[in-house]
Design a protein. Structure first.
Length: 325
Protein backbone atom coordinates (compact mmCIF):
# COMPACT_ATOMS: atom_id res chain seq x y z
CA UNK A 1 0.00 0.00 0.00
CA UNK A 2 1.27 3.43 -0.87
CA UNK A 3 1.41 6.08 1.79
CA UNK A 4 1.14 9.84 1.87
CA UNK A 5 0.55 11.80 -0.36
CA UNK A 6 -1.52 9.21 -2.30
CA UNK A 7 -3.38 8.04 0.83
CA UNK A 8 -5.32 10.93 2.37
CA UNK A 9 -7.99 9.86 4.89
CA UNK A 10 -9.05 13.50 5.20
CA UNK A 11 -10.71 13.27 1.77
CA UNK A 12 -13.74 11.60 3.38
CA UNK A 13 -13.91 14.19 6.19
CA UNK A 14 -14.00 17.30 4.01
CA UNK A 15 -17.75 17.98 4.12
CA UNK A 16 -20.63 17.01 6.38
CA UNK A 17 -22.20 15.06 3.52
CA UNK A 18 -19.02 13.04 2.99
CA UNK A 19 -18.76 12.34 6.70
CA UNK A 20 -22.37 11.10 6.78
CA UNK A 21 -21.83 8.93 3.72
CA UNK A 22 -18.65 7.34 5.10
CA UNK A 23 -19.94 6.88 8.64
CA UNK A 24 -20.30 3.32 9.90
CA UNK A 25 -22.12 3.93 13.21
CA UNK A 26 -25.72 5.13 13.16
CA UNK A 27 -27.95 5.97 16.11
CA UNK A 28 -31.70 5.98 15.49
CA UNK A 29 -34.51 7.17 17.70
CA UNK A 30 -35.89 3.65 17.66
CA UNK A 31 -32.69 2.45 19.38
CA UNK A 32 -33.42 4.60 22.44
CA UNK A 33 -35.37 3.82 25.62
CA UNK A 34 -36.53 6.62 27.93
CA UNK A 35 -36.52 5.95 31.71
CA UNK A 36 -39.52 7.50 33.46
CA UNK A 37 -40.34 7.88 37.15
CA UNK A 38 -43.92 7.99 38.43
CA UNK A 39 -44.66 8.86 42.05
CA UNK A 40 -47.78 8.12 44.01
CA UNK A 41 -49.49 10.91 45.94
CA UNK A 42 -48.16 14.03 44.20
CA UNK A 43 -50.40 16.53 42.39
CA UNK A 44 -47.80 17.96 40.02
CA UNK A 45 -44.54 16.73 38.49
CA UNK A 46 -41.58 17.12 40.84
CA UNK A 47 -38.15 18.07 39.41
CA UNK A 48 -35.19 15.89 40.42
CA UNK A 49 -32.55 18.44 41.54
CA UNK A 50 -29.57 16.24 40.69
CA UNK A 51 -30.93 15.46 37.21
CA UNK A 52 -31.93 18.71 35.47
CA UNK A 53 -34.87 18.14 33.15
CA UNK A 54 -35.91 14.83 34.76
CA UNK A 55 -39.17 14.62 36.71
CA UNK A 56 -40.97 12.44 39.17
CA UNK A 57 -44.25 12.27 37.26
CA UNK A 58 -47.88 12.16 38.19
CA UNK A 59 -49.97 9.67 36.26
CA UNK A 60 -51.27 12.46 34.05
CA UNK A 61 -47.86 13.95 33.28
CA UNK A 62 -46.49 10.46 32.67
CA UNK A 63 -49.09 9.86 29.96
CA UNK A 64 -48.26 13.17 28.32
CA UNK A 65 -44.52 12.49 28.42
CA UNK A 66 -45.01 8.98 27.03
CA UNK A 67 -47.06 10.38 24.14
CA UNK A 68 -44.35 12.97 23.41
CA UNK A 69 -41.69 10.26 23.36
CA UNK A 70 -43.74 8.13 20.99
CA UNK A 71 -44.31 11.10 18.68
CA UNK A 72 -40.56 11.80 18.67
CA UNK A 73 -39.82 8.24 17.53
CA UNK A 74 -38.36 6.81 20.75
CA UNK A 75 -38.21 3.02 20.66
CA UNK A 76 -39.17 2.26 24.24
CA UNK A 77 -40.06 3.49 27.71
CA UNK A 78 -38.98 1.94 31.01
CA UNK A 79 -41.08 2.80 34.06
CA UNK A 80 -39.97 3.09 37.69
CA UNK A 81 -42.62 3.41 40.39
CA UNK A 82 -42.35 5.26 43.70
CA UNK A 83 -45.10 4.20 46.13
CA UNK A 84 -46.52 6.28 48.96
CA UNK A 85 -46.10 3.43 51.45
CA UNK A 86 -43.14 1.06 51.69
CA UNK A 87 -42.62 -2.06 53.79
CA UNK A 88 -40.11 -4.84 54.30
CA UNK A 89 -41.34 -7.03 51.44
CA UNK A 90 -42.12 -4.29 48.95
CA UNK A 91 -45.83 -5.07 48.88
CA UNK A 92 -46.65 -2.21 46.49
CA UNK A 93 -44.47 -3.73 43.78
CA UNK A 94 -47.03 -6.39 42.82
CA UNK A 95 -50.21 -4.73 44.11
CA UNK A 96 -52.66 -4.54 41.18
CA UNK A 97 -53.63 -1.11 42.48
CA UNK A 98 -50.01 -0.08 43.09
CA UNK A 99 -48.53 2.94 41.33
CA UNK A 100 -46.40 0.97 38.88
CA UNK A 101 -49.28 -1.23 37.72
CA UNK A 102 -51.58 1.78 37.31
CA UNK A 103 -48.86 3.65 35.43
CA UNK A 104 -48.20 0.73 33.10
CA UNK A 105 -51.91 0.52 32.27
CA UNK A 106 -52.02 4.29 31.69
CA UNK A 107 -49.08 4.21 29.30
CA UNK A 108 -50.40 1.14 27.50
CA UNK A 109 -53.70 2.99 26.94
CA UNK A 110 -51.81 6.06 25.70
CA UNK A 111 -49.29 4.56 23.26
CA UNK A 112 -50.47 0.99 22.71
CA UNK A 113 -47.96 -1.03 20.75
CA UNK A 114 -46.36 1.99 19.07
CA UNK A 115 -43.60 2.03 21.71
CA UNK A 116 -42.15 -0.87 23.71
CA UNK A 117 -43.36 -0.56 27.30
CA UNK A 118 -40.81 -1.89 29.78
CA UNK A 119 -41.13 -2.20 33.54
CA UNK A 120 -38.24 -2.11 35.96
CA UNK A 121 -38.60 -5.23 38.06
CA UNK A 122 -36.94 -4.75 41.42
CA UNK A 123 -37.79 -4.10 45.05
CA UNK A 124 -35.51 -1.22 46.03
CA UNK A 125 -38.11 1.47 45.28
CA UNK A 126 -40.76 -0.41 47.26
CA UNK A 127 -38.97 -1.64 50.40
CA UNK A 128 -38.53 0.47 53.50
CA UNK A 129 -34.91 -0.72 53.77
CA UNK A 130 -34.07 0.15 50.16
CA UNK A 131 -32.46 -3.15 49.19
CA UNK A 132 -33.34 -5.06 46.03
CA UNK A 133 -34.82 -8.06 47.82
CA UNK A 134 -36.36 -9.31 51.02
CA UNK A 135 -34.11 -9.64 54.04
CA UNK A 136 -33.16 -12.51 56.32
CA UNK A 137 -33.42 -12.02 60.11
CA UNK A 138 -29.76 -11.07 60.06
CA UNK A 139 -30.48 -8.32 57.49
CA UNK A 140 -28.88 -9.98 54.49
CA UNK A 141 -30.66 -10.08 51.13
CA UNK A 142 -32.32 -13.49 50.82
CA UNK A 143 -31.70 -14.52 47.21
CA UNK A 144 -34.21 -17.36 46.91
CA UNK A 145 -37.03 -15.69 48.83
CA UNK A 146 -36.54 -12.66 46.61
CA UNK A 147 -37.00 -14.80 43.49
CA UNK A 148 -40.52 -15.64 44.63
CA UNK A 149 -41.30 -11.95 44.95
CA UNK A 150 -39.82 -11.25 41.52
CA UNK A 151 -42.10 -13.87 39.96
CA UNK A 152 -45.18 -12.27 41.51
CA UNK A 153 -44.08 -8.81 40.39
CA UNK A 154 -43.49 -9.98 36.83
CA UNK A 155 -47.01 -11.41 36.65
CA UNK A 156 -48.52 -8.17 37.96
CA UNK A 157 -46.53 -6.06 35.51
CA UNK A 158 -47.44 -8.28 32.57
CA UNK A 159 -51.13 -8.15 33.50
CA UNK A 160 -50.92 -4.35 33.66
CA UNK A 161 -49.61 -4.07 30.10
CA UNK A 162 -45.82 -4.38 30.12
CA UNK A 163 -44.38 -5.74 26.90
CA UNK A 164 -41.04 -6.36 28.62
CA UNK A 165 -40.04 -6.84 32.26
CA UNK A 166 -36.53 -5.79 33.23
CA UNK A 167 -35.21 -7.48 36.39
CA UNK A 168 -32.46 -5.26 37.80
CA UNK A 169 -31.87 -6.77 41.23
CA UNK A 170 -28.93 -9.04 40.27
CA UNK A 171 -30.27 -12.05 42.15
CA UNK A 172 -28.86 -15.41 41.05
CA UNK A 173 -31.48 -17.30 39.04
CA UNK A 174 -33.78 -14.31 38.61
CA UNK A 175 -34.34 -14.75 34.87
CA UNK A 176 -35.34 -18.41 35.12
CA UNK A 177 -37.67 -17.72 38.06
CA UNK A 178 -39.37 -14.87 36.20
CA UNK A 179 -39.66 -16.83 32.94
CA UNK A 180 -41.28 -19.74 34.75
CA UNK A 181 -43.68 -17.44 36.60
CA UNK A 182 -44.72 -15.62 33.43
CA UNK A 183 -45.26 -18.85 31.51
CA UNK A 184 -47.31 -20.40 34.33
CA UNK A 185 -49.50 -17.29 34.41
CA UNK A 186 -50.16 -17.41 30.65
CA UNK A 187 -47.81 -14.56 29.73
CA UNK A 188 -45.35 -16.41 27.48
CA UNK A 189 -45.27 -13.46 25.07
CA UNK A 190 -43.82 -11.04 27.65
CA UNK A 191 -40.08 -10.61 27.10
CA UNK A 192 -37.33 -10.37 29.73
CA UNK A 193 -34.67 -7.68 29.47
CA UNK A 194 -32.15 -8.91 32.02
CA UNK A 195 -29.69 -6.70 33.85
CA UNK A 196 -26.99 -9.27 33.26
CA UNK A 197 -24.04 -6.97 33.96
CA UNK A 198 -24.90 -4.36 36.58
CA UNK A 199 -21.97 -2.99 38.52
CA UNK A 200 -21.92 -1.74 42.11
CA UNK A 201 -21.22 1.71 40.74
CA UNK A 202 -20.99 5.18 42.24
CA UNK A 203 -22.64 6.55 39.08
CA UNK A 204 -26.15 5.75 40.39
CA UNK A 205 -26.38 8.55 42.96
CA UNK A 206 -28.81 10.87 41.13
CA UNK A 207 -31.04 7.91 40.21
CA UNK A 208 -31.48 7.14 43.87
CA UNK A 209 -32.76 10.68 44.35
CA UNK A 210 -35.22 10.18 41.49
CA UNK A 211 -36.41 6.70 42.48
CA UNK A 212 -36.12 7.23 46.25
CA UNK A 213 -34.57 3.78 46.55
CA UNK A 214 -31.23 4.25 48.28
CA UNK A 215 -30.34 1.46 50.74
CA UNK A 216 -30.95 2.51 54.32
CA UNK A 217 -27.93 0.53 55.52
CA UNK A 218 -24.91 -1.06 53.90
CA UNK A 219 -24.59 -1.19 50.13
CA UNK A 220 -25.35 -3.50 47.21
CA UNK A 221 -21.85 -4.87 46.67
CA UNK A 222 -22.87 -8.38 47.74
CA UNK A 223 -25.22 -8.75 44.75
CA UNK A 224 -24.19 -6.21 42.12
CA UNK A 225 -20.95 -6.93 40.25
CA UNK A 226 -17.56 -5.67 41.37
CA UNK A 227 -16.05 -3.23 38.83
CA UNK A 228 -12.75 -5.09 38.99
CA UNK A 229 -14.26 -8.56 38.50
CA UNK A 230 -14.11 -10.57 35.29
CA UNK A 231 -17.50 -12.28 35.49
CA UNK A 232 -19.45 -10.16 32.99
CA UNK A 233 -19.55 -12.79 30.26
CA UNK A 234 -20.33 -15.58 32.72
CA UNK A 235 -23.29 -13.64 34.12
CA UNK A 236 -24.46 -12.77 30.63
CA UNK A 237 -24.46 -16.33 29.38
CA UNK A 238 -26.16 -17.58 32.54
CA UNK A 239 -29.01 -15.13 31.92
CA UNK A 240 -29.21 -16.07 28.25
CA UNK A 241 -29.36 -19.73 29.24
CA UNK A 242 -32.18 -18.98 31.67
CA UNK A 243 -34.25 -17.32 28.93
CA UNK A 244 -33.27 -13.66 28.72
CA UNK A 245 -34.46 -12.05 25.49
CA UNK A 246 -32.26 -8.94 25.91
CA UNK A 247 -29.31 -8.29 28.24
CA UNK A 248 -28.22 -4.97 29.73
CA UNK A 249 -24.81 -3.60 30.70
CA UNK A 250 -24.99 -0.84 33.33
CA UNK A 251 -23.43 1.77 33.49
CA UNK A 252 -22.55 2.43 29.85
CA UNK A 253 -19.69 4.88 29.28
CA UNK A 254 -17.33 3.66 32.04
CA UNK A 255 -17.82 0.09 30.79
CA UNK A 256 -17.70 0.37 26.99
CA UNK A 257 -15.14 -2.44 26.96
CA UNK A 258 -17.70 -4.68 28.67
CA UNK A 259 -20.44 -3.58 26.25
CA UNK A 260 -18.17 -4.63 23.37
CA UNK A 261 -17.32 -8.01 24.92
CA UNK A 262 -20.94 -8.80 25.72
CA UNK A 263 -22.11 -7.72 22.27
CA UNK A 264 -19.52 -10.00 20.67
CA UNK A 265 -20.58 -13.00 22.77
CA UNK A 266 -24.32 -12.71 23.37
CA UNK A 267 -26.79 -14.24 20.89
CA UNK A 268 -29.47 -11.72 21.93
CA UNK A 269 -29.74 -7.93 21.61
CA UNK A 270 -27.51 -5.99 24.00
CA UNK A 271 -28.65 -2.83 25.77
CA UNK A 272 -26.54 -0.32 27.67
CA UNK A 273 -27.88 2.05 30.31
CA UNK A 274 -26.47 5.58 30.17
CA UNK A 275 -27.05 6.09 33.86
CA UNK A 276 -27.97 9.08 35.99
CA UNK A 277 -24.40 9.95 36.92
CA UNK A 278 -23.36 10.06 33.28
CA UNK A 279 -26.33 12.31 32.52
CA UNK A 280 -25.81 14.57 35.54
CA UNK A 281 -22.09 15.10 34.85
CA UNK A 282 -22.73 16.18 31.28
CA UNK A 283 -25.62 18.45 32.26
CA UNK A 284 -23.58 20.09 35.03
CA UNK A 285 -20.56 20.64 32.81
CA UNK A 286 -22.75 22.07 30.05
CA UNK A 287 -24.54 24.38 32.49
CA UNK A 288 -21.14 25.78 33.48
CA UNK A 289 -20.16 26.30 29.85
CA UNK A 290 -17.44 23.66 29.98
CA UNK A 291 -18.95 21.35 27.34
CA UNK A 292 -21.13 21.71 24.26
CA UNK A 293 -24.25 19.95 25.55
CA UNK A 294 -25.80 18.98 22.20
CA UNK A 295 -22.56 17.53 20.88
CA UNK A 296 -21.88 15.64 24.11
CA UNK A 297 -25.29 13.98 23.92
CA UNK A 298 -24.79 12.75 20.38
CA UNK A 299 -21.14 11.82 20.84
CA UNK A 300 -21.82 9.69 23.91
CA UNK A 301 -24.77 7.93 22.27
CA UNK A 302 -22.65 7.22 19.21
CA UNK A 303 -19.85 5.82 21.40
CA UNK A 304 -22.25 3.45 23.15
CA UNK A 305 -23.74 2.35 19.84
CA UNK A 306 -20.27 1.90 18.33
CA UNK A 307 -19.25 -0.33 21.24
CA UNK A 308 -21.99 -2.75 20.25
CA UNK A 309 -25.18 -1.81 22.09
CA UNK A 310 -28.22 -2.05 19.84
CA UNK A 311 -30.45 -0.52 22.54
CA UNK A 312 -29.55 2.51 24.68
CA UNK A 313 -31.40 3.54 27.82
CA UNK A 314 -30.89 7.29 28.17
CA UNK A 315 -32.60 10.24 29.82
CA UNK A 316 -32.00 12.19 26.60
CA UNK A 317 -34.03 9.71 24.52
CA UNK A 318 -36.86 12.03 23.43
CA UNK A 319 -34.58 14.98 22.76
CA UNK A 320 -32.10 12.85 20.82
CA UNK A 321 -34.83 11.08 18.84
CA UNK A 322 -36.23 14.42 17.69
CA UNK A 323 -32.82 15.55 16.58
CA UNK A 324 -32.06 12.29 14.81
CA UNK A 325 -35.38 12.35 12.97
Amino acid sequence: MTGFPAVRPRRLRRTAALRRLAGVTTVRGSDLVLPLFVKEGISAPQPVPSMPGVMQHTRDSLRKTAAEAAEAGVGGLILFGIPAVKDGRGSAADDPAGIIQLALADVAAEVGDDVVIMADLCLCEYTDHGHCGVLTPSAEVDNDATLERYGDIAIAQAAAGAHVVAPSGMMDGQVAAIRQALDRADHPHVAICAYAVKYASCFYGPFRDAAEGAPQFGDRASYQQDPSAGDALRETMLDVGEGADIVIVKPALPYLDIVAKVAAAAPVPVAAYQVSGEYAMAEAAAANGWLDRDRVIMETLTAIRRAGASIILTYWATEAARRLR
